[in-house]
Write a protein that binds this ligand. Structure first.
Ligand code: AMP
Length: 219
């Protein structure tokens, strides 16, 4: 199954993506995580990407498309994959369609997570992520058992460089301008499923699962 997770930053795509990945036994591919990996390893791509990421701006389509092309052609994607943070522009969505055409693949569903803007800002400014495994926490809504330490792998929890209020607001504007047009793009293709992203993590996952079950006959 091939699933795209859509929605502004902070709606829980990463958290839900991890749960869906376990449920469907297919990898979660987050372009943000891939880029943060490049930044950590100080690759050329990482060096170019960092300045855009720190400002809340998008990295150029060409670089992102090259990166995603390589990733989805890896063996672990043979049974499908979940995309988080890609596509983020119409041009990326069209390139993805072309990739799928060439590789004879088909996009099954686009899950759009819906959360009010003020809630998004609260979530992102309190968000902490594990620098090792990428697990996501929140200082009040979903704290780890031991402060600053990941429950899953014992890694260190950090605040992302772009999770400060100014950059968060910019990222939301960029989402509205560049990414929100994808909603009507996928609606027209009859592939869009809107999921209420407010509530407990498990409740939201249930909603996502219900959509996937209907599509696929999964239990
Ligand atoms: P995310 O972790 O998805 O919030 O992404 C963090 C940052 O990485 C974004 O604010 C962008 O600077 C960059 N980024 C991630 N995915 C993309 C993409 N598909 N296109 C352009 N830039 C991206």
């Amino acid at each position: 199954m091939i699933v795209v997770l859509l929605g502004p930053p902070g709606v829980g795509k990463g958290t839900q993506g991890m749960l869906i990945s376990k449920y469907l036994h297919i990898p979660l591919i987050s372009t943000g995580d891939l880029l943060r990996g490049e930044v950590r390893e100080q690759t050329n791509l990482g060096k170019i990407a960092k300045s855009f990421m720190d400002k809340g701006e998008l990295v150029s389509d060409d670089l992102i498309i090259e990166m995603i092309k390589k990733r989805i052609r890896r063996k672990d994607c043979a049974e499908g994959f979940i995309l988080d943070g890609f596509p983020r522009t119409l041009s990326q969505a069209k390139s993805l369609e072309n990739m799928f055409l060439r590789d004879n693949l088909q996009l099954d569903a686009v899950l759009l997570f819906d959360v009010p803007e003020e809630e998004i800002i609260r979530r992102l400014t309190g968000r902490r992520v594990c620098e090792k495994c990428g697990a996501v926490y929140h200082v009040s809504y979903n704290p780890p058992h031991k402060e600053g330490i990941c429950d899953r792998c014992g890694g260190k929890l950090i605040t992302r460089d772009d999770d400060n209020e100014e950059t968060v607001r910019r990222r939301i504007v960029v989402y509205q301008d560049a990414t929100a047009p994808l909603i009507s793009f996928y609606k027209k293709q009859d592939r869009l499923y809107t999921i209420d992203g407010v509530g407990k993590v498990e409740e939201i996952f249930e909603r996502a699962k219900n959509v996937l079950k209907k599509l696929n006959g999964y239990n």
